[in-house]
Write a protein that binds this ligand. Structure first.
Ligand code: CUA
Length: 354
């Protein structure tokens, strides 16, 4: 069982690949998403097989029940139903076959389970941390990202999951992987993406009021591009037009304090106004006045949020007076500043943590 494995041939008890048309037919009938990992097609094939066998058995059994009802029904008062005995070998044979069948299913399923929890030694290892309500990723060489997971195509990847608060569940439907992230321990899941592309990450464990918003994205890059991305991210001073160190710290503070639960960095509207393009813009207030979003306004909004409430938004923000150190406020302002231009860059979770 602990035999050495290499990527691509890790599964020993795989189903033979289905013809494309059959695979597509089943996938459509069962409303399954695309099969974006190497593990997905055999897993789906196993699923199809079980569904088909169980449906077939149910139909046969139902038919037998109906047949027996008709054939052996009591036709008149006082008539005894004849006792029918099957030969012992038939009963024994049937049960043995059924037992062997279910053990067989278990063996195949167990092989697939191993394939998704053990990755070969050269797998890329990425640490995943769930917290209310976001996913954070830590790569080899210290690079990090928030909400977007970057992985290379055609290389085995092993995720090591944990949680900072409650139990979350890391779910990528297109890869057919789902694994709980449990506070205080690490769980593992492995996959190998087939092609470059983008797929949704969901949280599949009810983890609080923000559960439904705890989403992310896997970005699968061609291997060389991924290596370049990793190198760029890992360099202490990337100087690639991304955030400077202070803004990166601001992002960490914003993450830690939960700012991103109400403020987006990509322009979308959450409970509070987005930070994308906020700095330097003219902000319309509830009072009918307007104010320029500069350092002073941003600082005041953190310390005394009710002083200038933005039009169309509820005065829902709590004060951070006494909760943030002055350098953290500066870092936050710097981070919001860094979101004023270069659309799309900061939204990709480009932070660096030492
Ligand atoms: Cu995290 Cu639901």
């Amino acid at each position: 069982m602990a035999r050495p494995r290499t990527g691509g041939e890790a599964m020993t008890l795989a189903f033979p690949p289905l013809p494309d048309w059959l695979n597509e037919l089943y996938r459509t009938l069962l409303f399954l998403p695309e099969q974006a990992s190497r593990q997905a097609p055999p897993l789906d094939a196993f699923h199809y097989f079980q569904m088909t066998v169980m449906t077939g058995l149910a139909i046969v059994l139902g038919g037998v029940v109906v047949l027996f009802c008709l054939r052996y029904r009591r036709r008149s008062e006082g008539e005894r139903t004849p006792l029918v005995r099957a030969p012992v070998w038939l009963e024994f044979g049937t049960y043995s076959l059924l037992l062997a069948f279910f053990i067989g299913l278990w063996v195949v399923g167990f092989g697939q389970y191993l394939d998704m929890t053990r990755a070969p030694g050269d797998a890329v290892e990425i640490y995943v941390t769930g917290k209310q309500w976001m996913w954070k990723f830590r790569y080899p060489e210290g690079a990090g990202s928030v909400e977007t997971l970057y992985v290379p195509a055609k290389r085995p990847v092993r995720l090591l999951l944990t949680s900072r608060d409650v139990i979350h569940s890391f779910f990528v439907p297109a890869f057919r992987i789902k694994r709980d992230a449990v506070p205080g321990s690490y769980t593992r899941i492995a996959f190998e993406a087939r092609e470059p592309g983008r797929h949704a990450i969901l949280c599949a464990e009810m983890c609080g009021t923000g559960h439904s918003r705890m989403r992310g994205e896997v970005v699968v890059l061609p291997p060389q591009e991924w290596a370049r991305w990793l190198e760029e991210r890992s360099a202490p001073e990337a100087g690639d037009g991304g955030e400077g160190p202070l803004a990166a710290r601001g992002r960490r503070v914003a993450t830690r304090e939960g700012c991103m639960q109400c403020h987006s960095v990509d322009g979308s509207r959450l409970l509070g106004p987005t930070w994308r393009g906020l700095f330097g813009s003219e902000v319309a207030l509830r009072s009918g006045e307007s104010v320029r979003a500069d350092e002073a306004y941003l600082t005041e909004s953190m310390m005394d949020p009710q002083a200038k409430v933005v039009a169309d938004f509820a005065p829902a923000m709590p004060s951070y007076q006494g909760q943030l150190e002055p350098p953290e406020v500066a870092a936050l302002v710097e981070f919001i500043k860094s979101l004023r231009e270069a659309p799309g860059r900061a939204a990709e979770g480009r932070d660096r943590e030492p």
